[in-house]
Write a protein that binds this ligand. Structure first.
Ligand code: ARG
Ligand code: ZN
Length: 875
């Protein structure tokens, strides 16, 4: 069944408030829900009240206190229809349901993870707890009473503020929570269990005291300190940057082991995958620290962008997600290095969103139809959505953007809003016409920005022609011109930006060209010399850049550009293009796909002490195999791609031995571990140097030594990665893997790293390894993190084994998807998206993938989730 944006209409009934009692027992949960409802004005008096359900059992039903006769309603597992609801007055509806949280393997609704009761309701999980008007535009205050055994669940949590608790006799107790803020059901949460916690007081800018707590499984609260620190920094940042304060007396975070996603922003009670909470230097890498900081901030920021202002319907998902990703990116940019953060965000966008937008799963940032909303929590909604907000901020400038945001919070607090509502605030606050920006929300596909430059020395005139185009794609949406803000500079030979005011051409505000037409031309005069054109600085728009800039100009910019992001991007593009050329030539000249000048530029950047270490590490991080595959676009042979990337790595390593030896020594960890960005940057550069040195010597000894002496997980895992990926058959590698297992056997999160590392060994035989890993005693199909670590990373990150020409990799993953689909369709559907670029491979693999997908689609009782992904992938 397809849901369409154009079919939106408000509910027939208005919900005034929700009062729930949830009684938890071993093996069952009893849920009593009392709703105060009222027929909306103008709705026909005989229109029935229809509530959503999903695998529910009804155990009681009363209207205004009177038990309903069997012929007054129809209850199925997925719907409750009440034929005659009162025509005018408010009425009470009492619904009793019963569920078995222990058997809820979908991890949506109320379930149990390691003995802890918890919930996940976004997008449509609340209907797995009780019958409800389960849609984001139905808002109400909630009062929730939880009852449970005191030993099994000394901690009882829900949304809002705690108001009452006490004993019930028989070893049972209760707690009552009151959430005064209107909220949709997807923000409901309940947690009960034997949990440890850390607590800290916080005072908001206006002096309101808030009690903060992070709850963990028993014995793990000692690993929650960094999450708490990140939370406090997020709270302060949102006050300073956006004037947003927290609004309840308590803010609780709970870390859960079995969780379908990263985390969830339930009002006052954020529930997290414990991967994004639990950390210490021995068990977590610098990347893990950065991930925790980002996700904690993201969920906290949702309190305003998502909770106080929510979405009218799920087509507007990017209203809260794109905006909140933008906000968490800005937070990380302020807390860390803005340039390095931006490089990371652009790498992720190109690695995940670009292939989605350029393949069969493409959809507009605001889709117009869906079959399964869970399949739309995508890189396009989140990350391209964030890019649109970033363009908005670039177009309006910092002040204009803030004015628009202020108006949005003022106008829409308490609303379930739309993208149109959002954009209207910025137009009203600034007077800027955003009609061309709005087009970004409605068109699928990545636009191409073509740049052509022509300098005439005689007249000292630079002419720049800009053209935008968009291929009509699978989504069949329009291809109108969009507003592309292009940040740029004209760099002189002295490394300084020239005064770049065009004498002809469109609007240029400061350093931003506003391209709103299909094509435009700018002329710059009196430059004194031919400048280097630094274009699309900071990746100011999510486009494919088509600019045949000379290698000499780009190498000059890699050295000179005052915009550090572009120094990285010109160099990275040069490397990528050289790799693509080598692949097209059949990978034959694998001696070195990289011209010596590019190698020199990389090494010069890596060695430059004026640049921060994290940036230098980025310069050394080559495009990965999937990046090269994406740039190739068609007839991809992963073996050739692998050989070319490998040859490029060896070329840099042999030329750079001295540089890397010096870096390894200079950057070596000396002081005690600190997770700050500076220290993390030094570790990143040291570990990049180690990887290149090892490639140069082809000797695992240095990695072996670092593995043994490492004082933190970043250095230990980097060394183990080099051993296992570069020397998979060396006895030292197996010994290190065994040692790693023994050391961290009791820590599920570290074991995920152990599994993932082995699943990504780049060679075809890794298929046999992952088959063995899924038989390992610690493998479980019921833990999403473990499934992602083995099957997910294999399919997404192992170009040689997943894409084996004999098709065995595809078939094995397909078989696992069938098994997984019966337990947890959401995770199955997510992993299935790794097939999405199947058409871009050479004919043998393409044929194998297509046959596998077609066969998979024939499976009986496929979930809507998996069926939707497969159907669209084959379209
Ligand atoms: N709103 C959550 C977040 O971005 C994610 C929820 C994902 N839900 C889903 N059904 N996949 O923070
Ligand atoms: Zn979010």
């Amino acid at each position: 069944q397809t849901i369409r944006l154009e079919d939106y209409r408000p509910t027939d009934f208005i919900l005034h408030c929700v009062d729930m009692t949830v009684r938890l027992f071993e093996g069952r949960a009893e849920i009593d829900t009392r709703l105060v409802l009222e027929r909306r004005e103008g709705v026909a008096e005989d229109a029935p009240l229809v509530l959503d359900g999903d695998e529910l059992t009804l155990t009681g039903l009363a209207l205004d206190g009177a038990v309903l006769e069997a012929d007054a309603y129809t209850a199925t597992p997925d719907r409750l229809t009440i034929r005659q609801a009162p025509a005018r007055d408010r009425f009470l509806l009492d619904i009793a349901t019963r569920t078995v949280p222990e058997e809820n393997t979908k991890l949506m609704g109320l379930y149990r993870s390691n003995g802890i009761w918890c919930t996940q309701c976004e997008a449509e999980g609340f209907r797995r707890i009780t019958y409800f008007l389960d849609r984001p535009d139905v808002l109400a205050p909630y009062r929730v009473r939880i009852e449970a055994d005191r030993t099994a669940a000394p901690v009882l949590l829900s949304n809002g503020n705690p108001t009452e608790s006490g004993d019930l006799g028989d070893g049972r107790h209760y707690a009552v929570w009151d959430d005064p803020f209107n909220k949709p059901a997807y923000l409901f949460a309940l947690v009960a269990g034997d949990l440890d916690s850390i607590r800290e007081p916080f005072t908001t800018a206006s002096g309101k005291p808030v009690e903060l707590a992070v709850y963990t499984e028993k014995g793990r609260a000692g690993q929650a300190g960094y999450a708490m620190d990140a939370l406090k920094r997020s709270m302060v940042w949102d006050e300073r940057r956006f004037g947003r304060e927290y609004d309840l007396d308590v803010f609780n975070i709970v870390a859960i082991a079995d969780f379908n996603m990263g985390a969830m922003e339930n009002k006052g009670l954020n529930v997290f995958n414990h991967k994004y909470v639990l950390l210490d230097p021995q068990t977590a890498t610098d990347a893990d620290y950065a991930g925790v900081e980002t996700v904690i901030a993201h969920e906290y920021f949702h309190n305003w962008t998502g909770n106080r202002i929510t979405c009218r319907d799920w087509f507007q998902l990017c209203l809260k997600e794109g905006l909140t990703v933008y906000r968490d990116q800005e937070f990380s940019a302020d807390e860390r290095s803005a340039t390095v953060q931006r490089i990371g965000a652009v790498r992720r966008l190109k690695a995940h969103q670009f292939p989605e937008d350029q393949g069969p799963l493409q959809h507009p940032v605001r889709p117009t139809e869906y079959k399964e909303i869970n399949n739309f929590y995508t890189a396009t909604i989140y990350d391209k959505g964030a890019e649109i907000v970033r363009m908005l901020a670039t177009i309006l400038g910092e002040d204009g953007f803030r004015k628009g945001m202020d108006l949005y919070f003022e106008r829409h607090d308490g609303d379930a809003a739309t993208i149109e509502d959002y954009l209207a605030c910025f137009e009203a606050a600034t007077g800027v016409d955003l009609s061309h920006l709005a087009v970004w929300y409605n068109q699928a596909g990545t636009p191409t920005l073509s740049v052509h430059e022509d300098y005439d020395a005689g007249t000292d005139r630079l002419t720049v022609t800009l053209r935008q185009s968009l291929e009509p794609g699978a989504a069949g949406t329009r291809t109108d011109p969009v507003h592309i803000p292009i940040r740029f500079g004209l760099v002189g030979s002295n490394g300084q930006d020239k005064d770049a005011v065009p004498t002809q051409g469109p609007d240029v505000e400061g350093d931003v060209i506003h391209l709103t037409e299909a094509e435009t031309t700018l002329v710059f005069e009196n430059l004194g010399e031919r400048p280097y054109l630094s274009i699309l600085r900071d990746f100011s728009a999510p486009v494919n850049l088509d600019f045949a800039q000379s290698e000499a100009d780009r190498l000059a910019l890699a050295r000179l550009d005052p915009n550090l992001f572009n120094r990285w991007s010109v160099l990275n593009d040069l490397i990528g293009e050289a790799m693509v050329r080598a692949c097209r030539a059949g990978g034959k000249e694998t001696a070195s796909p990289l011209p010596a000048e590019i190698v020199d530029a990389v090494l010069a950047t890596a060695a430059d002490p004026a640049l921060e270490p994290a940036f230098r590490a980025q310069a050394l991080a080559l495009p990965a195999e999937p990046d090269v595959a994406r740039m190739l676009g068609r007839d991809v042979d992963p073996q050739i791609v692998h050989d070319v990337v490998d040859a490029a790595r060896r070329a840099i390593s042999t030329a750079g031995v001295q540089v890397f030896e010096r870096l390894a020594a200079e950057m070596a960890t000396v002081q005690a571990f600190s997770p700050d960005a500076e220290s993390a940057g030094r570790r990143a550069l040291a570990n990049a140097a180690l990887a290149y040195l090892t490639a140069a010597t082809n000797d695992p000894a240095a990695a072996e030594a670092q593995y043994a002496s490492a004082s933190n997980m970043t250095d230990r895992l980097a060394a183990l990665g080099i051993l296992v990926h570069r020397f998979p058959d060396a006895p030292a590698s197996q010994a290190a893997l065994d040692d790693f297992y023994r050391r961290f056997e009791t820590d599920e999160l570290v074991l995920d790293k152990w599994f993932a590392l082995q699943a990504t060994v780049p060679r075809p035989a890794t298929l046999e390894t992952v088959i063995a890993l899924t038989g390992h005693a610690r493998f479980s199909m019921r833990n999403p993190n473990r499934v992602r670590a083995v099957i997910g990373t294999f399919a997404a990150g192992n170009q040689l084994a997943f894409h084996r020409p004999d098709g065995a990799g595809y078939r094995w993953v397909a078989e696992r998807l069938v098994e997984l689909d019966r337990l947890n369709p959401q995770i199955a559907a997510r992993i299935a998206t790794t097939f999405r670029s199947w058409r871009s491979f050479e004919p043998t693999r393409r044929g194998q993938a297509e046959a596998t997908l077609r066969q998979l689609l024939e499976t009986e009782h496929l979930s809507t989730d998996l069926g939707d992904i497969l159907g669209r992938s084959l379209k």
